[in-house]
Design a protein around this ligand. Structure first.
Ligand code: MTE
Ligand code: MO
Length: 197
């Protein structure tokens, strides 16, 4: 019997109900795209942590560099296969903040005010990044540059553009799209598009 994993043929890499958008990279933004200069950008971790931390552009670059190579899936049904983003894993930033044991969820917020919620175990263990390059070029402003979140195993609305920070909570709290009926988790392989899926 043939077995195809998520790195197999393109068809096998498409979650249910998704199509391959090829080389295009659609822009989906609810707000007006801000123009944030790298030297003006900052990222904060606070809430249920031992010591709230803020990093600037140089600070996050000093924490390491890794590249995600793989697929992304938007709830509007496009998937982009075999793309790449470079940045830093969220793990060292969370470790430096000292996440308290009672923390179970995170709300990611954008400098624009956009928010989205994630269970803590979905942004730890090498599953989430802050990214500033896309396919070897600086992340364009319309795609969330200078720095966005990347949580590629969930639908792309969970990947906050113009990321400003993460607040750790001891409960789940719906973000911008979640209060408008989107799923609290958003696993594309379980087709968790809307509340109740
Ligand atoms: N700040 C912010 N982040 C956001 C959004 C947004 O409107 N504002 N849209 C989300 C949605 S619905 C998707 S599909 C992706 C789109 O990212 P892209 O425009 O780079 O394709 O960003 C997510 N992050
Ligand atoms: Mo989306």
């Amino acid at each position: 019997m043939a077995f195809f994993g998520r790195s197999g043929p393109r068809d096998e890499r498409l979650p249910p109900g998704q199509y391959d958008t090829g080389s295009s990279f659609p822009v989906l933004t609810a707000e007006v795209s801000p123009k944030i200069k790298p030297e003006e950008w900052s990222f904060r971790i606070d809430g249920l942590v031992d010591s709230p931390q803020t990093w600037d552009w140089k600070g996050v670059h000093a924490l390491g560099r890794s590249t995600y190579e793989g697929d992304i899936h938007c709830v509007t049904t496009w998937s982009k296969l075999g793309t790449s983003f470079t940045g830093v894993s969220l793990d060292p930033l969370l470790e430096l903040s000292g996440v308290k044991p009672e923390a179970t969820h995170a709300v990611c917020w954008s400098h624009t005010g956009y928010t989205t919620n994630l269970p803590l175990e979905h942004i730890t263990g090498g599953k989430a990044w802050l990214v500033w390059d896309h396919e070897g070029h600086p992340l364009p402003p319309e795609h969330g540059g200078p720095v966005r979140m990347l949580v590629p195993h969930l639908y792309f609305w969970k990947s906050t553009k113009w990321i400003g920070g993460i607040r750790l909570l001891d409960h789940d709290e719906p973000g911008f799209w979640e209060v408008r009926g989107y799923h609290m988790l958003g696993d594309p392989w379980k087709e968790q598009r809307y509340d109740g899926d």
